[in-house]
Design a protein around this ligand. Structure first.
Ligand SMILES: *Cc1c(COP(=O)(O)O)cnc(C)c1O
Length: 425
């Protein structure tokens, strides 16, 4: 029998051989709602948020959930009710925030390719800040704001170029990444922005990567940011806030990222030491708020032994769980019901999609037979929000568990719905 709680997921546990999310047995939910099925724990989301809130106790700080991790309305609602703002990367995400009851004033808009239409939409909604990622974008935003008769609140996203040799897994804050303004161009870019009448400078931001499991890259990035803040302010431009982005990792497979509150204790010490302790702080966590709050339940369709490999074919696929196919990412896979007597099969867990890249786990020991269910863990972030209809597969249903209560956040898509917008000639 497995240990009661699963690693990294305090709200997913076995009880008498049955896998639960909070107070609900997943087997029953799978039978009632069919599979593939995403099930989220509200308590897990709020516990992850609480770690950041503890870290920021007594400070002026705004947590903006990076909603591309999971943009389902019911998930946004949990964070909106908890007082979060949102980090968005498209006009579609802004519409979702507003539909979920989020506060536009707490929205920050990141992304290298904002369109004029998206800028207009965000200005009209009254968002809190545009995180501008290039000098060309400054000019366009300035023009759009003047056309609207307003001033766009901006910060400039700095690419802090944290040394790749010491931190090889950082992928967005390096020279050579498409994101942000080069560190050495930052001061000049602020000076330029200060001359544009359609812009109002409110902050500075960076976002150095994702699934970061060490403190050092954040500490380096903070040092580089504070040097810039001092230089920019020495030139007479005041920055109301400092935004350090998101990117904190989660435990997928024995990963040991720092706890959010412990990380921020270190970062705040740096701020205090340099006299910036009173400055408003913003962060944009995505994965670390939702990743380990969700599981994907899938049914075993066939066990297919082979000469070189055995396969466990399940009804979830790369369209539901794209991370393995996209990044060779790892998700733990466990049975919903523990059967000590079942033989264990070393196999690749794969979906029905017609691609060899359609795998969910490689070389796993699986103790389940056809007709039984598996749970793919750590499926709360970058799964449904990256899902597709490839192979004309309707998107899975999503449930939110809150104690014993179950809420349907998204109904399973219908096949008819998949081609409802299409026309025959
Ligand atoms: C994706 C993204 C985030 C969130 O990253 P996580 O790794 O999910 O925390 C934050 N800020 C920006 C600008 C992003 O693009």
């Amino acid at each position: 029998m497995s240990a009661a709680t699963l690693p990294g997921q305090p709200f997913v546990h076995y009880h008498e051989g049955q896998l639960y999310v909070e107070g609900r047995a997943l087997q029953q939910l799978a039978q009632r709602h069919a599979t593939p099925l995403f099930v989220y724990s509200q308590a897990a989301m709020l516990a992850a948020l609480a770690a950041y809130q503890r870290g920021f106790a007594g400070r002026d700080a705004q947590i903006c959930y990076a909603m591309k991790a999971n943009s389902t309305l019911g998930v946004l609602q949990v964070f909106a009710r908890a007082g979060c703002g949102f980090d968005i990367v498209s006009g579609g995400e802004l519409a979702r925030v507003l539909a979920a009851g989020g506060d536009a004033a707490k929205v920050i808009f990141s992304g290298v390719g904002k369109t004029r239409a998206e800028m207009r939409q965000a200005l009209d909604a009254g968002i809190g800040c545009f995180n501008v990622e290039s000098e060309a974008e400054l000019d366009v935003l300035n023009a759009v704001a003047l056309e609207r008769g307003c001033r766009a609140p901006i910060s400039i996203r700095v690419n802090p170029n944290v040394d790749p040799k010491t931190h090889p897994y950082i992928s967005t804050g390096l020279k050579g990444n498409k994101f942000g303004v080069a560190h050495e161009r930052t001061l000049a870019t602020y000076q330029r922005a200060a001359l544009l009448p359609g812009l109002r400078i409110v902050g500075i931001d960076c976002h150095i990567g994702s699934q970061i499991t060490e403190s050092a890259p954040y500490l380096d990035a903070m040092d580089r940011m504070l040097e810039l803040v001092a230089a920019i302010e020495a030139g007479g431009i005041h920055l109301e806030h400092i935004d350090l982005g998101g990117g904190l990792g989660i435990d997928y497979n024995g990963d040991t990222p720092p706890a959010a509150d412990a990380l921020w204790a270190q970062l705040l010490a740096k701020l205090d030491a340099r006299g910036f302790g009173q400055r408003k702080l913003m962060i944009e966590p995505g994965r670390s708020l939702v990743g380990n709050a969700g599981v994907c339940v899938t049914e075993v369709l066939y066990l297919k032994p082979g000469e070189q490999k055995n396969f466990c074919i399940v009804d979830a696929a790369m369209n539901d769980l794209p991370r393995p196919a996209m990044y060779q990412a790892f998700h733990r896979i466990v049975p919903l019901q523990e059967h000590a007597d079942h033989p264990s099969l070393l196999c690749d867990v794969v979906g029905p999609v017609c691609e060899s890249g359609d795998w969910i786990g490689r070389d796993r020991q699986i103790q389940a037979q056809a007709g039984e269910y598996l749970a793919v863990l750590s499926a709360g972030a970058y799964c449904v929000s990256m899902s597709s209809n490839y192979n004309s597969r309707p998107r899975a249903a999503e449930l939110l568990v809150d104690g014993e209560a179950v809420h349907v956040l998204r109904e399973r898509e219908s096949v008819a719905g998949l081609f409802a917008g299409e026309q025959l000639r």
